[in-house]
Design a binder for this molecule. Structure first.
Ligand code: ADP
Ligand code: MG
Ligand code: MG
Length: 893
């Protein structure tokens, strides 16, 4: 059996690895190999694979047997290629030992520079370069990095030793005034000697051993330091926060050092092949003369922009421009690169696909198509859901000074964007402020359908409980309204009209600012930046629509929302929730309450008669906006108790308004109480018990349709029955719907086409889909409820424990919250088989989805693969659904 390959060499214009091997070599190692192959100037070196990292941890921090030999062989090869030897007292090879995982984790893991310096070799380097100051500076840096990184000595102790010498010796020698800073480069040879002696002393005091003078010992110490940094607390936390799962570990890159700190024809820099902020095709970056890598990032001195660099050192700049062109041609994307210039010669130390702001992502993708660098399909594949989000939502201006002091608390980032306004603890208060054209932030323990008016009126919503699929989050997302939920530690006291955390108490009317993108809450009114969609967005979305084959609809309950959705490219309404209309004003809510409180059919019918003209008007508005587009209207869905007041005061008021006794209101509300409302008397079960509600709603829908058709509007109503569990149940209601609808149509003396279909949101409906499809003309998968019922996990309570199921260290059952991104393996199975079964009895069955998942990129891709006719997303998620549909189509090919 041939031995496993753990080490990959690069140098001299060739490499054993290449750019596709990110998993094994890490991003940095793969990039270095690829650049070497592409004949770019890269110092030689070798990469120890991420697999070694995994084995190291699996095997109690012991390396695989053959590693030592491989490293020795590769080191020998490196010495041959460079013509230098590690630890050579005359002309030493120095190396850097760098981390690099498959996914970039900026600043999370360790790098050690100038390895190979010892008391002897430092003098060799000094002679060879005729620059003793440089050699000593390199040694000082190495002792500091090795001591702090490999041996865990507090870095500030090394910094202190350096600063002391600067203060005691350099300042007085140069006569630097108090208050002015002594720079690193001001320190001279003699002083550096003292610094080195002090640092070595420090090392011995802490480690009880001398600073290692054997370069091989240094090398292994550094390699272990990099591997150990993979499991450092900050790296583990970073992966958790960024939800980086399934990465095997870090690789270790050992490569020849080049020196940017050799005087003014040397330097180091970081740049992007295009402007990552605007996306413009302009070279962008920072350069620092006479410096070594860390200095740019550490902000020790202020670097210069590239155009200044071009003036100062045109020769080096020209080399950099050549590499820039080569890189873009090679990678066909914007690259972020790290480089060093040593005495006029450029060396590339790192490259990777550069991060960019959302607007820049669109601009670059479109420009690159125009430049012939990539195809339209490639451009479409490059856009992420977050890029679309980023160009629609306003953001906090992170450049303002008082950000840190203003920070109050962090919650769950439910809907991105930012909003500032006055705290309101009730929906009514928010509406009151909005009516006065003031900005309100609704702050609640949780929200319920009763609050939608205030939620709509508010600029942003903050709740103490709930997760990303809580009522507040779902409703806010529908409007693209900034929302933070699950701020568990925020204590809200409605009675006192205040909320508090960490000793800070805020009263109703005080200003707060929400950053929904990060989930941060700030005290006071911070500066926001308005969102603007770049020209490139429109062009790219045109390509998206040309490519995709699946329809994209929207979830919209009101004409205004439907209008916004159309502007965002919606091709119909996939879900119109009728119950939200009931909360629009006092008159409606009173009528629906009267209906619920009534204890006779007659009483209910009387109340419903009041709602009929109102609902008819609502639907007319929607049909008008949706002229020529399908409109799926769902009959009443939530349990009735959600419509009635639960507090004594509210009940008393209701009793007065209805002119009945308080006790009968109270009794009725108590009757409606359910232990498990989500599994209770809701959905079409309401229509089974109270057919008169269905009658009123269908009458309103069809009357509105007839009226609008009469006005020349093309109406395509689709009546949808929620929460179906059975074909028999469905047919009972379907017959009723058709009887009512046909009567209205006949009376109007017109001809009107309409469809009757159902939601598939209970597992039973999915299992019996073939029978249901014999009668239902369309399906719409309600994946919120379907997920809840398939998992047996209440979405209202899930935020308390579901994170553990996503956390790899705890259970890692799901890679993402299944209420946000469809559980394709489990719930997806019901969706797929439901579609198959449905189409087995009705080949042309129209199938859609209208849950939260309709706006999630990966879920939409799944729905496309599963053969759905359309997906439906909230208005602001429509562009994301369009993008996902196009990406799914491209991936099919
Ligand atoms: P990070 O992953 O945190 O960016 P790097 O491994 O890229 O860390 O190292 C940080 C910096 O150290 C680099 O940007 C580069 O300037 C410098 N550096 C690393 N290796 C070398 C080398 N062989 N020669 C010169 N400088 C180096
Ligand atoms: Mg780097
Ligand atoms: Mg449902």
């Amino acid at each position: 059996m041939s031995e496993k390959k753990y080490v990959y060499f690069f140098g001299n214009g060739d490499a054993e690895g290449n750019g596709t091997m990110k998993e094994l070599l890490g991003g940095k190692g793969a990039g270095l190999a690829e650049m070497t192959r592409a004949k770019m100037p890269v110092p030689a070196g070798f990469t120890i694979t991420t697999e070694v990292c995994q084995l190291y941890y699996d095997n109690k921090k012991v390396y695989p047997e053959s590693l030592k030999k491989s490293v020795e062989e590769n080191l020998k090869r490196l010495e041959e290629v460079t013509g230098k030897k590690l630890g050579d007292p005359d002309d030493p090879l120095l190396v850097s030992v760098r981390s690099g995982a498959a996914v970039s984790m900026p600043g999370m893991m360790e790098t050690i520079l100038n390895l190979g310096l010892t008391d002897k070799s430092v003098e060799g380097l000094a002679r060879k370069t005729s620059n003793r100051r440089f050699a000593l500076d390199a040694y000082r840096r190495f002792i500091m990095m090795y001591g702090s990184t490999a041996m865990d000595i507090d870095r500030s102790k090394f910094d202190d030793a350096f600063d002391q010498i600067k203060e005691k010796m350099t300042r007085s020698r140069l006569g630097v005034a108090d208050g002015s800073k002594v720079g690193d480069t001001d320190v001279n040879e003699e002083e550096l000697e003292v610094v080195i002696a002090k640092q070595k002393e420090l090392y011995k005091k802490e480690i009880k051993e001398d600073f290692p003078q054997d370069p091989i010992e240094q090398l292994w110490g550094a390699i272990s330091a990099v591997f150990n940094s993979w499991m450092s607390a900050k790296a583990v936390t970073y992966r958790k926060v960024e939800n980086l799962v399934g990465i095997s570990g870090t690789a270790v890159n050992v490569m020849q050092m080049v020196f940017g700190n050799k005087g003014n024809t040397s330097g180091t820099g970081v740049c992007f092949t295009r402007d990552p902020n605007s996306g413009e095709n302009a070279f962008y970056g920072d350069y620092l003369f006479n410096a070594q890598g860390e200095d740019v990032v550490a902000g020790i001195r202020t670097p210069m922009k590239l155009d200044e660099f071009a003036k100062e050192d045109p020769n080096a700049y020209k080399q950099l421009c050549e590499v820039r062109a080569l890189l873009e041609k090679h990678y066909k994307d914007m690259q972020d690169m790290e480089f060093t210039v040593e005495e006029g010669t450029l060396y590339m130390l790192q490259c990777r696909t550069g991060k960019r702001l959302p607007a820049a992502a669109f601009r670059m993708a479109v420009d690159m198509v125009d430049e012939g660098l990539i195809t339209k399909e490639e451009a479409v594949m490059r856009i992420k859901a977050s890029d679309i989000e980023g160009i629609f939502y306003p953001a906090i201006d992170y450049k303002q000074d008082n950000l840190k002091e203003a920070f109050l608390i962090n919650g769950i980032d439910a809907v991105p964007g930012a909003a500032a306004g006055k705290i309101c603890f009730s929906a009514a208060k928010a509406e009151e402020l909005a009516a006065k054209k003031e900005k309100a932030i609704l702050v609640r323990k949780e929200t319920s359908p009763e609050d939608v008016g205030g939620m709509h009126a508010a600029q942003g919503i903050l709740t103490a409980t709930g997760g990303k699929t809580s009522h507040a989050a779902v409703v806010a997302r529908g409007w693209g309204k900034c929302c933070i939920v699950g701020c568990e530690k925020l204590v809200i006291d409605y009675e006192k009209g205040e909320c508090s955390y960490n000793g800070i108490t805020l009263k109703e009317g005080d200003y707060i600012t929400l950053d929904g993108t990060r989930g941060d809450v700030y005290v006071g009114e911070l500066r926001l930046m308005e969102a603007k969609q770049p020209e490139a967005y429109k062009r790219l979305m045109q390509w998206v629509d040309e490519i995709r084959t699946i329809q994209v609809r929207t979830n919209a309950d009101r004409p205004e929302d439907a209008k916004i959705a159309i502007d965002h490219g919606a091709e119909g309404i996939g879900l119109c929730r009728t119950e939200h209309m009931f909360f629009n004003d006092e008159k409606r809510i009173l009528a629906i309450r009267e209906m619920i409180i009534a204890d006779t059919v007659e009483g209910r019918k009387k109340a419903l008669a009041k709602l009929l003209p109102i609902q008819t008007k609502d639907f007319e508005g929607i049909f008008k906006v949706m002229d020529g587009k399908g409109v799926t209207i769902r009959l009443i869905d939530p349990p009735l108790h959600e419509f009635v007041p639960h507090d004594k005061e509210g009940q008393q008021k209701l009793a007065e308004s209805l002119n009945i006794g308080f006790s009968s209101v109270k009794e009725r509300v108590e009757q409606l109480h359910e232990a498990n409302p989500m599994l209770g008397h809701r959905g079409c079960r309401l229509a089974i018990t109270y057919p008169e509600i269905l009658e009123m709603q269908v009458t309103a829908i069809i009357t509105a349709a007839c009226n609008m058709q009469g006005k020349g509007v093309t109406v395509l109503p689709e009546i949808m029955i929620p929460l179906t569990i059975d074909h028999k149940e469905f047919t009972v209601l379907e017959k009723k719907v058709r009887a009512v609808a046909n009567a209205v149509i006949e009376k109007a003396g017109v001809s009107l086409n309409y469809l009757v279909g159902t939601m598939i949101e209970t597992p039973r409906a999915a299992l019996l889909a073939d029978k249901i499809a014999e009668h239902a003309e369309f399906f719409s998968f309600g994946t919120n409820d379907l997920t809840q019922m398939t998992l047996g996990v209440s979405r209202d309570d899930a935020s308390k424990f579901l994170p553990d199921y996503v956390d790899e260290q705890k259970a890692g059952v799901f890679t993402a919250d299944p209420f946000q991104s469809l559980d394709q393996e489990g719930v997806g199975l019901l969706v797929k088989s439901g579609i198959e079964k449905g189409r087995s009895s009705r080949a042309n069955l129209k199938v859609g989805i209208c849950g939260e998942h309709g706006g999630d990129l990966e879920s939409v891709k799944f729905f496309c693969r599963a053969g759905m006719t359309y997906v439906s997303a909230s208005p602001y998620r429509v562009p994301i659904a369009r993008l996902a549909a196009a990406q799914a189509e491209i991936m099919k090919k």
